[in-house]
Design a protein. Structure first.
Length: 274
């Protein structure tokens, strides 16, 4: 069933677990994510990025997720990941997204606050949650890009975001050794706003567990899914030389992606919480 983030985050915060947010680009990935969530009776957030939209089309991808979610017996959220302009946020809300993110991390702080507040206002008109980002996740190794605790309360007050993506050491498409859990704990003490960990594909499992225990209630996974897709396709000829039907090939891809998503759901502690 398609739902909003509100109840998912409330339950996750009370239950001290995190909801998995998994990026999709097509039908096969979407079906694999939902199959994993249904099997483990877990809520799931299915995310669509600007790059995925450029690849497959906004309406096409939204329709895939909405149609597949209709038949799922667990809560599914359709979320815009890293939306960097208000026009796209508006288009996604009109298309029936049940959650959006405005990413103003590449802007100055005042610009981030002003535009994020506008995105929040747009989302709230439709009773939809809006995520914001303070600090820069990206691919930076510079600790000066981490979320500054001294800015958190003012940012939340000015933007009224419903969830906050924090920068504590994870980076997109990059392996790391450890997160700054002490920084996360400082931020958690400042607010009850749901906190989000981006770039978690490159974070060791034990560090993810620590982050969830310290207050993260949404964890984003993209790179692991895309790499699994590619690795399965590349290995088809070696493992299954007799396969020639694209439908049979994609069935293998979906099975491997489902296994990855199941592993992440268990890691986040959201299995059985659907």
């Amino acid at each position: 069933m398609l739902t909003t983030s509100k109840q998912l985050f409330e339950k996750a915060q009370k239950g001290h677990y995190a909801v998995g947010a998994f990026n999709t680009s097509d039908l096969e990935i979407t079906r694999a994510i939902i199959a994993a969530a249904v099997k483990l009776n877990a809520p799931a957030i299915i995310q669509i990025s600007e790059k995925a939209i450029a690849y497959a089309g906004l309406e096409n991808l939204a329709d895939i997720v909405k149609n597949e979610a209709k038949h799922a017996k667990v809560p599914i959220v359709l979320h815009l990941d890293h939306g960097r302009n208000l026009k796209l946020v508006h288009e996604c809300l009109e298309e029936g997204f049940t959650s959006v993110m405005f990413d103003g991390s590449n802007l100055t702080l005042p610009e981030n606050e002003i535009l994020t507040a506008k995105a929040v206002e747009m989302a709230h008109r439709k009773k939809i949650f809006c995520e914001g980002e303070l600090g820069t996740i990206g691919n930076s190794k510079n600790e000066s890009d981490f979320t500054d605790p001294s800015l958190v309360k003012d940012y939340l007050k000015k933007t009224k975001v419903d969830s906050l993506a924090v920068s504590i050491g994870s980076r997109h498409a990059t392996k790391i050794k450890a997160l700054n859990i002490d920084l996360l704990k400082k931020i958690r003490k400042l607010t009850n706003t749901p906190l989000v960990l981006h770039g978690a594909s490159g974070v060791p499992d034990e560090e993810v567990r620590k982050a969830v225990a310290a207050g993260i209630c949404k964890v984003n996974i993209d790179t692991d899914i895309r790499h699994t897709f590619s690795e399965t396709i590349h290995g088809i000829n070696k493992k299954y030389a007799d396969l020639s039907d694209p439908r049979d090939i994609m069935a293998k891809v979906m099975a491997d992606i489902q296994a990855v998503v199941e592993e992440k759901i268990k890691l986040f502690g959201s299995d059985g919480k659907g």
